[in-house]
Ligand binder design. Structure first.
Ligand SMILES: Nc1ncnc2c1ncn2[C@@H]1O[C@H](COP(=O)(O)OP(=O)(O)OP(=O)(O)O)[C@@H](O)[C@H]1O
Ligand SMILES: [Mg+2]
Length: 422
């Protein structure tokens, strides 16, 4: 019996590329298949030189190795031509722009069989391709707050703002620094992912980025020409300024630069269609908050505070700022609520009642209280979020309860008329 070459090809095409999260046939990454007696060789075209292919190679070996009569599987990597890569970007942009009802099957015309063909008109999102546009020629105004709302004016979709987008954008905010915004963002994100949701984090704390380290991301994002593929750790994908500037470099940018950075994180990144995009917002009410108010008008704001009355007043200001930008403030999360001693006694080191009274002032629910747990800080420092390190611990329980409440709340009521679903 001989090996069925067509079967090898179709099996290879069904293997999902781990970073781009689509089947190889959709991505046009299987170039050729050869069969010689009991041996199959698959030539895989990688998007860029140095593209990590170890996991993909394992997946291909596993998938093909179980086919009848296959004794040996060879995976031969090569790199895409400019034309192939252009086409891949179109697929990724199209996929990213696809609404929740989009059927990935529609993309089957991008099957690797026709990778030599140069017809591109089969894809309805081709218009989003913007090869010929010069990014830098778009001037986003000269002062903070004057940036244009991100839309389709240059043909690049902000898919999170499309009416059909199913992504809930959760802005994690606080009035002042150090209350645990990033810790809450990361642990909540990992918890939501563990509940089976597709989750991303946008680290919008452009000056004080900390998400990659806390989440445990190793390695840089993949860059495919002008498209950034967010790296993943602990089941959560993330983009951060931390990937693009060395740690010790201070970021001294004016509003328009920040605006542009956020734009790239949203528009020039391949996020696909996550269920949740958590945004770690910088403390206070600066330029980034303004930009987000314009880009992501559907952002649901969750205010993190500590039990202290003083923290609560500052947090209140950030909530008012969010409301001024017409963002929906959905709830309050109190962090560092208590410390549980070995004997089970709770010590309220930072006082009590701050979260509840802020929630009452803002007329939103207090959605959760996270205790002060040394392992939470250690987890953040080591890049192993506490909900992963101690899945049965007190912190994991608090974040599970919080995630469940947020999930139950459902998406925010639509505020702005341009968001009205037609
Ligand atoms: N519940 C907690 N238990 C123990 N340590 C915590 C807790 N929450 C936060 N921390 C620690 O407190 C410090 C500040 O937390 P984090 O960085 O999450 O706050 P932030 O509000 O994002 O701060 P920044 O304004 O600097 O971005 C970190 O060292 C973190 O590990
Ligand atoms: Mg932070």
């Amino acid at each position: 019996m001989s090996i069925d070459e067509a079967q090898v090809r179709s099996t290879a095409g069904e293997v999902v590329e781990p970073h781009l999260r689509l089947p190889l046939s959709v991505l046009g990454m299987v170039r050729s298949v050869r069969v010689k007696r009991h041996r199959v060789s698959v030539e895989v075209v990688l998007p860029v030189d140095g593209f990590p292919a170890a996991v993909l190679t394992d997946r291909l070996r596993a998938a093909l190795g179980v086919l009848p009569d296959v004794h040996e599987v060879m995976v031969e990597p090569s790199v895409m031509s400019d034309e192939q890569r252009r086409r891949l970007r179109m697929v990724l942009r199209g996929e990213a722009a696809r609404g929740p009802t989009g059927d990935p099957g529609e993309l089957s015309d991008h099957d690797s069989h026709d990778h030599d063909s140069h017809d591109h008109d089969s894809h309805d999102h081709d218009s989003h391709d913007h090869d010929s546009h010069d990014h830098d020629s778009h001037d986003h105004g000269t002062q903070a707050g004057s940036a244009p709302a991100l839309g389709h004016e240059d043909g690049r979709p902000n898919r999170f703002m499309e009416p059909r987008s199913r992504t809930r954008v959760l802005g994690i905010s606080s009035g002042k620094g150090g209350v645990g915004k990033s810790s809450v963002t990361v642990n909540l994100a990992v918890t939501l992912a563990r509940l089976g949701h597709d989750v991303g984090i946008l680290d919008a704390d452009v000056y004080g980025f900390s998400v990659p380290k806390m989440l445990g991301v190793r390695g840089d994002p993949l860059i495919i020409d002008d498209l950034v593929v967010p790296p993943e750790a602990n089941g959560v994908r993330c983009l951060s300024m931390g990937f693009f500037v060395p740690d010790e470099t201070p970021i001294i940018w004016r509003g328009p630069m920040l605006h542009k950075a956020l734009e790239q994180f949203l528009v020039d990144a391949y996020w696909g269609e996550p269920d949740y995009l958590l945004v770690d917002m910088p403390p206070g009410t600066g330029d980034v908050t303004l930009s987000l108010g314009q880009y992501l008008t559907k952002t649901e704001v969750y205010v993190v505070t500590t039990p202290q009355a003083a923290a609560q007043r500052v947090a209140q200001r950030s909530a008012y700022a969010a409301r001024k930008l017409k963002l929906a403030v959905r709830g309050v999360v109190e962090n560092m609520s208590w410390f549980t001693g070995d004997d089970g006694t709770r010590y309220e080191l930072f006082g009590s009642g701050g979260g509840a009274s802020l929630a009452a002032d803002l007329q939103v629910p207090l959605l959760g209280q996270v205790p002060l747990i040394p392992a939470l800080r250690e987890g953040g420092d080591e890049g192993v979020p506490v909900v992963v390190a101690e899945p049965d611990g007190e912190a994991a329980a608090a974040f599970s309860a919080l995630a469940a409440r947020i999930d139950e709340l459902g998406p925010a009521r639509v505020y702005r008329k341009e968001l009205t679903v037609r």
